[in-house]
Design a protein. Structure first.
Ligand SMILES: Cc1cc2nc3c(=O)[nH]c(=O)nc-3n(C[C@H](O)[C@H](O)[C@H](O)COP(=O)(O)O)c2cc1C
Length: 201
């Protein structure tokens, strides 16, 4: 089949596009408002888009609290979600009013960050302390309106639990990183293989 997302002519009950651009990592974003209020919410329109310098992005469907906080204070932390945090991550995605601390709602403790004000999730295996570099409202061709705004930030500090390292490398199968698929589906990364890049001679 072939369809054009603009025309929504896929003939299915759900557009399969998000199930095809998958798995997507989940950035569990902690942020702080100008008033000092703390926020935590998951974003699967999230990824690392440069490694020199390291830049990550998340994209907000409308002006959600995380976006507002980054606009106000310019900082955020990406907590990296593993399978054991699945339910807490999901609990923190409820649509609480601005000012409600989702750490408390999801029974999570806050661990202070080193370089930025928003705290990280205590017990998380990895967290990226970021400073915002750019906030870009998105649009399609011919100015087709999008409700999304992309937040980009440079990773200033990285927390890694050394227990997840094996021979100095991140031991992915033991980590069970959580990822978003389409619909209400998730995956955890458990099967991993290595592949060398081709060398032209
Ligand atoms: C796994 C997962 C991924 C999500 N990804 C996004 C996303 O990429 N963009 C978005 O706007 N909302 C996303 N959401 C919904 C937000 O987490 C939810 O709207 C939340 O209440 C936003 O919180 P905030 O207003 O405190 O930022 C996601 C929810 C879940 C459970």
């Amino acid at each position: 089949m072939f369809y054009e997302p603009r025309l929504r002519n896929h003939g299915l009950s759900h557009d399969p596009l998000k199930a095809l651009v998958a798995p997507r990592p989940i950035g569990w974003i902690s942020s702080m408002g100008a008033d000092g209020s703390i926020n935590l919410a998951p974003y699967s329109f999230f990824n690392m888009v440069s490694d020199r310098p390291p830049i990550v992005m998340f994209s907000s469907d409308g002006k959600k609290d995380s976006l507002r906080n980054v606009e106000e204070t310019g900082e955020f932390v990406c907590n990296i979600v593993t399978r054991d945090f699945t339910h807490a991550m999901n609990a923190s995605s409820a649509n609480y009013p601005r000012g409600v601390n989702e750490f408390e709602k999801a029974n999570l403790a806050m661990e202070p960050s080193r370089l930025v004000k928003p705290p990280r999730v205590q017990g998380i295996v990895a967290a990226l302390e970021c400073r915002m570099t750019d906030i870009r409202p998105l649009s399609g061709l011919e100015g087709l309106a999008s409700p999304y705004t992309m937040v980009l930030g440079e990773v200033m500090g990285v927390h890694v639990d050394e227990n997840i390292l094996k021979n100095g490398r991140v031991d992915a199968p033991n980590l069970a990183l959580l990822a978003r698929l389409g619909y209400m589906d998730y995956a955890s990364v458990e099967s991993v293989f290595s592949l060398e890049r081709p060398v032209l001679t």
